[in-house]
Design a protein. Structure first.
Length: 331
């Protein structure tokens, strides 16, 4: 809770310019009203005859000046306000389902599809500090590489360990998607998202991709699908007795299937034909899936002019009392 002090009518403080003018007038007035007596010598006048009453005579004027100053401050209406903010950050749970099949080693992306996807996805996830992130990899089978976590250093280490050949080769889209959904089904997050990235056609696995999409829809999980690969042919490295040889292979991505999966879950399908396009896709997903931040501010004002007014009134009463008693003038 924060405390603020401010003035409701600060422009009234301009009246304070009367104070210096009043002081100048008082000095001028008392200078001209000093009594003058012509005497031959001042030796008989001793300083010890100057009483405390005489010394404090000008204190009456000081009391009046202070009282006037406090009155002006009271007119400006000083106020205190207490402010409290309730900030609620509701993150998004995101699972990245990444294809690690052999075809992800094609080098139409630099250095290859898999490494480019890892780099771009890692940068994307690093920019979402309020979200929990999970990682599923799949090829001929699916495996949870990292459960939902907010530990970014742990996630980065999990990314480093991803490589093609970790699992049996093939493209089991349905298994990869179903495994990702399983990681999100019990999530209480405001939004649950899967980003499924693949470069092939479903040819393995025990679960049909559309069945997995129905399950995702049931658990209110949005599935953004990304097809990775240039159009036409892509250079692919083959290990031969003479070293690595490159051969152009046809890029086959089941775009109608990926589009249908995204449409069923109220999301979108994207096609990345190069690394720059992949960066743009992740940036677009980032804009669509923002964490929800609610800020509720409570502010209560309290008038603080009364203490100034009471002190000023008390000083005026004190001045009047002293003037009518101690400093009473008898003509």
């Amino acid at each position: 809770m924060l405390l603020y002090i401010h003035l409701a009518s600060p422009w009234l403080l301009l009246l304070l310019i009367l104070i210096p003018a009043l002081i100048v007038w008082y000095i001028y007035r008392n200078k001209n009203l000093q009594p003058e007596i012509t005497i031959s010598t001042t030796g008989f006048i001793n300083r010890k005859f100057k009483t405390i009453r005489q010394r404090l005579f000008h204190g009456l004027f000081v009391l009046r000046v202070i009282a006037l100053t406090l009155f002006i401050i009271a007119l400006a209406r000083p106020q205190s306000s207490t402010s409290r903010q309730n900030v609620t950050v509701e993150g998004i749970d995101i699972v990245l389902a990444l294809d690690v099949s052999g075809s992800m080693l094609a080098e139409d992306f630099k250095p290859n599809r898999l490494e480019a996807a890892k780099e771009v996805a890692r940068d994307f996830l690093d920019q979402r500090p309020n979200d929990r992130i999970g990682l599923v990899i799949f090829s001929g089978e699916a495996f949870t590489q990292c459960p939902l976590t907010s530990d970014r250093s742990f996630m980065i280490n999990m990314f480093k360990g991803i490589k093609s050949g970790m699992l049996e080769d093939g493209t089991a889209l349905g298994d990869g998607l179903a495994t990702a959904v399983n990681r999100l089904k019990n999530s209480k997050a405001v939004s649950k998202v899967i980003i499924l990235l693949t470069d092939g056609v479903n040819n393995r696995g025990a679960i049909d991709p559309l069945t997995a999409a129905e399950i995702a829809k049931l658990f209110k999980v949005r599935v953004y699908t990304i097809g990775v690969g240039t159009r036409g042919l892509a250079p692919y490295p083959f290990q031969t007795p003479f070293g690595i040889q490159y051969q152009n292979i046809e890029v086959e991505i089941d775009e109608p299937l990926l589009t249908k999966i995204s449409d069923m879950t109220d999301a979108r399908y994207f096609r990345a034909t190069n690394k720059n396009k992949l960066v743009q896709i992740f940036s677009e997903i980032d804009k669509m899936e923002k964490s929800k931040i609610d800020v509720t501010e409570f502010r209560k004002k309290h008038e603080q002019f009364l203490p100034f007014l009471l002190i000023a009134f008390g000083l005026l009463v004190l001045e009047l009392f002293l003037r009518l008693s101690v400093y009473r003038y008898n003509p």
